[in-house]
Design a protein around this ligand. Structure first.
Ligand code: ADQ
Length: 470
């Protein structure tokens, strides 16, 4: 089988395995296990100038090739165009996007530099799969260098309606560059419709036809096992003991303005105000490690949350109960899995989200005998698959409060019935299924069909690496 070349802004650290590895590494695990692969992208480090010769590291059948970013390029390509312009626009937040020509030039420069550095490493029959909005121009740059391989692209975040995207001063060159792709994957039918509309508007109807929907998933069996095992550990036991029989609601997010955290805190405050019967009966644990702490919007968000949490705790806390526990440090994934299993409510209320894997992880983590309730934003991609969730408008604190009240009083048989439909969905659209269906679209049936070793082991009931790694 031909080699798979993954191109992504960040390359995972090959020393981190299984549960501790980054999201994309986990999602691609099965795809990478079945064939030789090259993973190319940014090392995560900076240097005076962006590198040209990638550092190579081989592990198993995968070679990791990384470049440092020059300090200017880090500022303009990463902090600037990717995080301050594309990220908000793609999440429908045109009003807070910051545009500058220097950032756009930096973005073009890095996409071109990555392509120039990757091109000499490519073999004629490689299949190239580019990930996410940092690298919209990559395929066009590779084509300009004469690369004729199949190139696919997956957008992990939403794609907004054409009228919103066109607010990006460089919308047109970005869309034109996407016409160089053979397969363009997005998370939901809405994203596909929006992207097709935008491609048609710039005169690329043939590219619009290459857009397909590939909802990303998790390793649901692996996560369920992890949660069940971690449930019995000291950390989870300590949390359980500290609740003193109160219900736990949990939120787990990167600290990002797309995740709807101030609105979520306000919704929880509304619950305490409007439904005082729950006072001292529920504890809300929000885990939100700081991300992009060097961007001003993110620092402002942190201050806003500190204040909101303090206000609600000050207003409602008792000497033996604080309504909100708020952690901005990272918590290890296995521990989070155990916490999710303990929580009666999973509170996942992004203002916009490509998919939101936390919603799926919460479902997978539940005890099948006594599952909790998922309160989920209409505006997360996951809402189209998880029909058993209580769907809310994340901008409306009253809606969140009412859903929390329903969740807290929901009879066990309804909880179970709702969870079963969600669990079936999460077990169907797994990470492995996502990668397989995308690669089938890109390469054709035959190339992507043979099962990986990990899948064969699972099918025959033998312990696979995902379980051991957890
Ligand atoms: P993210 O915006 O990072 O991903 P999400 O899909 O929710 O959002 O989370 C990714 C992973 O990070 C999950 O596995 C989650 O458990 C983990 N994580 C989140 N908060 C954490 C915390 N506090 N501590 C430890 N781990 C945490 C982008 C898009 C999403 C899309 C994914 C995958 O923005 O919409 O679902 O890519 O395509």
């Amino acid at each position: 089988m031909s080699r798979l070349v993954i191109v992504a802004n960040r390359v995972p650290d090959p020393r981190e395995r299984g549960a501790s590895a980054g999201g994309l590494a986990v999602a691609l695990k099965d795809a990478l296990a079945r064939r030789d692969s090259l993973w190319f992208g940014w090392s995560g480090g900076t240097a005076p100038e962006t590198g040209t010769e990638p550092r190579l590291l081989r592990k198993g059948r995968t070679t990791y090739a990384t470049l440092d970013l020059g300090e200017e390029d880090y500022r303009h390509y990463y902090q600037g165009f990717s995080n301050a312009a594309l990220w908000p626009v793609l999440h429908y937040r045109l009003g807070i996007a910051r545009f500058s020509r220097e950032d756009w030039l930096g973005y073009r420069r890095v996409n071109a530099a990555f392509a120039a550095s990757l091109a000499p490493m490519l073999r004629d029959d490689d299949t190239i799969w580019v990930h996410d909005f940092h690298l919209f121009l990559m395929a066009a740059e590779l084509r300009a260098l004469g690369c004729r391989q199949k190139i696919g692209f997956f957008l992990h975040v939403p794609f907004p309606p054409r009228q919103v995207f066109m607010g990006l001063p460089n919308a047109e060159p970005v869309l034109l560059a996407m016409a160089a792709l053979d397969t363009i994957g997005v998370q939901t039918a809405d994203d596909a419709e929006n992207l097709r509309g935008a491609l048609q508007a710039v005169g690329k109807p043939e590219a619009a036809e290459r857009v397909g929907v590939f909802p990303v998933g998790i390793d649901s069996g692996g996560f369920a096992n992890l949660a069940a095992r971690r449930f019995r550990t000291r950390e989870v036991e300590m949390l359980r003991a500290s609740l003193v029989n109160r219900a736990l609601a949990i939120g787990v997010d990167r600290l990002d303005y797309t995740k709807g955290l101030p609105q979520r805190i306000a919704g929880f405050g509304k619950l305490l105000e409007r439904f005082p019967q729950h006072l001292s009966k529920i504890t809300f644990l929000q885990v939100a490690p700081v991300s992009r702490g060097d961007v001003a919007t993110y620092r402002a968000l942190r201050r806003e949350l500190d204040e909101a949490v303090g206000r609600i705790n000050g207003q409602y806390a008792e000497p033996d109960w604080a309504p909100i526990r708020y952690i901005t440090r990272a918590v290890a994934r296995p521990t989070l899995a155990g916490y999710m299993r303990l929580a009666r409510i999973g509170l996942v209320t992004p203002l916009r989200d490509g998919m939101n894997l936390v919603a799926k992880e919460y479902v997978a983590a539940q005890d099948p005998e006594d599952p909790g309730v998922l309160v989920l934003s209409h505006f997360a991609g996951a809402s189209s698959e998880l029909e058993g969730a209580l769907l809310v408008n994340p901008l409306d604190p009253d809606d969140i409060a009412e859903a929390l009240d329903v969740a807290l009083t929901m009879p066990a048989d309804e909880r179970l019935a709702r969870w079963k439909t969600m669990d079936a969905a999460v077990r169907t659209t797994t990470a492995a299924a996502w990668a397989r269906s995308f690669l089938t679209a890109l390469e054709g049936e035959a190339a992507a069909a043979s099962p990986s070793k990990a899948e064969s082991r699972r099918a025959t009931g033998r312990r696979g690496t995902s379980r051991r790694a957890a």
